[in-house]
Design a protein around this ligand. Structure first.
Ligand code: MG
Length: 399
């Protein structure tokens, strides 16, 4: 982290602190590299929205489920009423029906041969948390021991299987993307104990039949990485090579009935924001999306500038040019900058000292605009302020 010179930062904070509306600057502009063709924000941009506050939960242990974070959507909290968020996985066109899975000691348990269970809610990109336990009473081997599955959007199976001491084909191992990619490790606890699964899922995104983003799945088991941003090659499946393709917009979360009484608890998810290919505005964007976003940021800063007066008005308006060199704003900034420089030049030399912080702050802004070719190299208001600074010997004193 690099800090601003204290005097400059204090001055600009004071200038920008009052009368804010729309975009809120939380510190000094004219600092890091400006926006470019694919990045709508400057480096260390103080207009960029603050991350939303999420109250963290607590971590689970095998003995005790943790608390979800504050913005999580809880799908199953261990109580019988929360099973009402789930239903039997009936076929398309069939009426909905209650699931026969049961709630026992804080967990929902698969009743073999009763069928898959699915959420009534449909969603897509998410951070998903699931905990599962294979039966303590070990029966069967390979794919027949403690088998269930976490079906993302009802399609892509992250395998649930008791592989604690049970070899099977690698692409069907616990935490595999079933039929596609084995997990990176076996970090399972013994059968009967809860395994803690965290998944980050991004569905494939297509446009006009062309893939914009294949989608990815990342999986942790008991805090150990299993799937590292594994590209999605279709839904996966048994015996057949999976083919990439479009997913629906949303789908339910399904849990598999594979004939074993596997137990689940503490199931929640957090929806993820859209990626830039879907119109999200974080990260690197397309040039067209960047231009549109920069235009919106500039408009917001101009609205904020309108609520300010004097030097604060000038600086905020000048700041908007960093995002969009709107001709009318550019002309207004030139007019205000020229007037400001003239008014400072007209001040008796003895009064410059009381304006030192302000003049240096405005000069810093003008230098930034020139450095990044938003204003010309021979920008007259900058030259006037530099003359004042030089005459007062301010920059020499700093050395
Ligand atoms: Mg399975």
């Amino acid at each position: 982290m690099k800090l601003l010179p204290a005097a400059t930062a204090t001055c600009l904070f004071a200038l920008l602190a009052s009368g804010a509306s729309g975009a809120v600057s939380t510190g000094s502009p004219f600092y890091g590299d400006p926006p470019d063709q694919t990045h709508p924000w400057a480096i260390h941009d103080q207009n960029r929205p603050q991350p939303k506050r999420v109250e963290p939960g607590t971590f689970s242990t095998p003995a005790q489920p943790g608390q979800p974070p504050s913005d999580a959507i809880v799908l199953f909290d261990g109580t019988a009423p929360s099973l009402a968020r789930w239903e039997a996985d009936t076929k398309d066109g069939e009426p909905s029906a209650s699931s026969k899975w049961v709630v026992n000691e804080g967990a929902m348990e698969c009743v073999p041969k009763s069928g898959y269970i699915r959420t009534k809610e449909k969603f897509a990109d998410c951070q998903l948390h699931v905990e599962w336990a294979a039966p303590k009473n070990v029966k069967g081997d390979s794919q027949g021991r403690g088998n269930s599955g976490i079906f993302l959007m009802g399609l892509l199976e992250v395998q649930v299987l008791d592989n604690y001491d049970n070899p099977t084909y690698a692409d069907g191992f616990a935490a595999s993307v079933y039929g596609i990619n084995p997990p990176l490790a076996n970090a399972l606890r013994p059968p009967g104990e809860f395994q803690i699964i965290d998944i980050i899922f991004r569905r494939p995104v297509y446009q006009n039949g062309q893939v914009l983003d294949p989608g990815y799945v990342t999986v942790f088991c008991n805090g150990v990485l299993m799937q590292d941003h594994t590209p999605i090659e279709g839904p996966g499946g048994h015996m057949k090579r999976s083919k990439s393709g479009q997913f629906p917009e949303t789908g339910p979360l399904k849990l598999q009935d594979h004939g074993n009484p596997v137990r689940f608890r503490n199931i929640w998810y957090r929806p993820l924001p859209p990626r830039s290919v879907e119109g999200g505005t974080d990260g690197a964007l397309s040039p067209a999306a960047t231009t549109a976003k920069r235009k919106a940021i500039a408009a917001s800063i101009r609205a904020d500038a309108a609520a300010r007066s004097g030097t604060a008005h000038l600086l905020r308006l000048a700041e908007s040019l960093v995002y969009e060199k709107d001709p009318a704003t550019s002309a207004k900034v030139d007019e205000l900058a020229t007037a400001y420089a003239a008014s400072m030049k007209a001040l008796p030399a003895a009064q410059h000292e009381s304006k030192k912080g302000e003049i240096e702050g405005v000069l810093r802004a003008f230098r930034y605009l020139v450095k990044f070719e938003i204003e010309p190299a021979n920008y007259a208001p900058k030259a006037v302020l530099e003359q004042i600074v030089k005459a007062r010997g301010w920059e020499e004193k700093k050395k």
